[in-house]
Design a protein around this ligand. Structure first.
Ligand code: SF4
Ligand code: ZN
Length: 401
């Protein structure tokens, strides 16, 4: 005999909620799922009426469900938000190009405007190019750093008040475990925060902070949402994979493990000595950074110098070289207009016979910026001389406040 829905609505249950074990019918599951997200949003006071909010949209299940639920809750509870989809095209053939097609369909299905920024336009490199250069070992380091900055640049370009991302409870619990295993205690204090980036950068929120991944999949399935489910073709990310496998093993023994780990992360007290470094701005691109030169600029410099491994790891020789160069030219002026860092031994430059790639003059002089057409879609020269500071559609990162 079929099981009845736990809510006494009279309908037959069609699923058992992974989070609570409750047997629910389809409509009661939708209601429970959406109400919990609404409660998370209101308890944390995530939004203010009238805010312009970008939904980071990849076409995957999390961001597709997030866009759907944000639109639904915005209308049902009259949040008064203006929503927009913001996507980053990493330039991964056979993965991101297909998932962006899904985002474009979501744009039409949900009636939300969509902006897409690409790594190629922002940095002059696609992930396909980067993987050709660095291989499959450290590619996610480049991708993660560039995507974080790309989202912020896109958000600044759109003028949004905040970004919401589809990070779910499983993602956050994995990050807690990874930070504990790596001894990255300073990051532990912010990895469970529902809203980050308030000190100087555009705030980012995670409305799915307490939402289980399994329930997101169920919601997408029963709602028949249009999402892209293929894994990235460059997805080794072995460390997170181990944390994920560990979490799944724990969950099989104790269903509340995910929420328990998040609560543990929230409750951990961090000594003052382990506080995060103070935030400033990158002397190269103006992006928020705890170092004089941000990680994205360091990685980009390594790529452009033909020595991508230099930008990886904490003791980056590139960062040392950038800082040394800045010391030599004086504070507040990383390099004189038209200058670049001297190439390291064996480094390929754009004029080299083998066509190596280089950043070009940095920062560009006012004259050279004025002379050079912005942007890239057409392959035109960039205002930043190809160093990756341009943003699509006529804006330049250096012009963004
Ligand atoms: Fe980028 Fe790595 Fe994620 Fe692929 S798996 S999208 S390369 S971070
Ligand atoms: Zn920078």
């Amino acid at each position: 005999m079929p099981m009845k829905c736990k809510t006494d609505c009279g309908k037959n249950a069609i699923l058992k909620r992974p989070k609570t074990g409750d047997a629910l019918c389809r409509q009661c599951f939708f209601w429970a799922f959406e109400t919990e997200v609404h409660n998370t949003v209101t308890a944390a006071g995530l939004f203010k009426r009238g805010q312009y909010v970008a939904v980071a949209a990849s076409g995957g299940k999390d961001s597709t469900v997030l866009a759907h639920v944000m639109k639904e809750l915005n209308e049902r509870y009259d949040y008064g938000l203006r929503l927009v989809l913001l996507s980053i095209d990493e330039g991964i053939t056979g993965y991101r190009d297909d998932s962006l097609e899904t985002v474009k369909r979501n744009r039409d299905q949900y009636g939300l405007p969509l902006t897409v920024l690409s790594y190629h336009d922002l940095y002059g490199w696609t992930m396909d190019d980067i993987v050709r250069q660095v291989g499959l070992r450290n590619n996610c380091t480049f991708c993660g750093v560039f995507r974080r900055q790309a989202l912020d640049r896109g958000a600044a370009l759109l003028g949004v008040d905040q970004i919401v991302t589809g990070h779910n409870a499983d993602d956050i619990a994995e990050t807690v475990i990874m930070n504990v295993l790596r001894g990255d205690i300073a990051r532990l204090q912010r990895c469970t925060a529902i809203c980050t980036g308030t000190e100087g950068s555009i705030p980012r929120s995670k409305p799915f902070k307490y939402t289980y991944e399994k329930e997101i999949v169920m919601y997408a399935y029963f709602k028949k949402l249009d999402y892209f489910s293929t894994e990235c073709i460059y997805s080794p990310n072995a460390y997170r994979g181990h944390a994920r496998a560990f979490l799944k093993d724990l969950e099989a023994i104790r269903a509340t493990s995910i929420i328990d780990i998040i609560h543990s992360g929230e409750s951990l007290a961090v000594r003052d000595a382990a506080r995060l470094p103070a935030q400033g701005t990158c002397t190269r691109c103006g992006y928020i950074s705890s170092q004089a030169v941000c990680k994205a600029c360091v990685l980009l410099e390594g790529l452009n110098q033909g020595q991508p491994r230099l930008g990886i790891g904490k003791c980056s020789k590139v960062r040392e070289r950038l800082q040394q160069a800045r010391r030599e030219v004086g504070p507040g002026d990383a390099l004189k207009a038209g200058e670049t860092l001297p190439p390291a031994a064996g480094v390929r430059r754009s004029g080299d016979a083998d066509g190596g790639q280089t950043a070009g003059p940095w920062p560009p002089s006012e004259t050279s910026r004025a002379d050079r057409p912005h942007n890239t879609a057409t392959g035109a020269a960039r205002c930043c001389g190809g160093a990756g500071a341009c943003i699509a559609d006529g804006a330049c990162a250096r012009d963004i406040p």
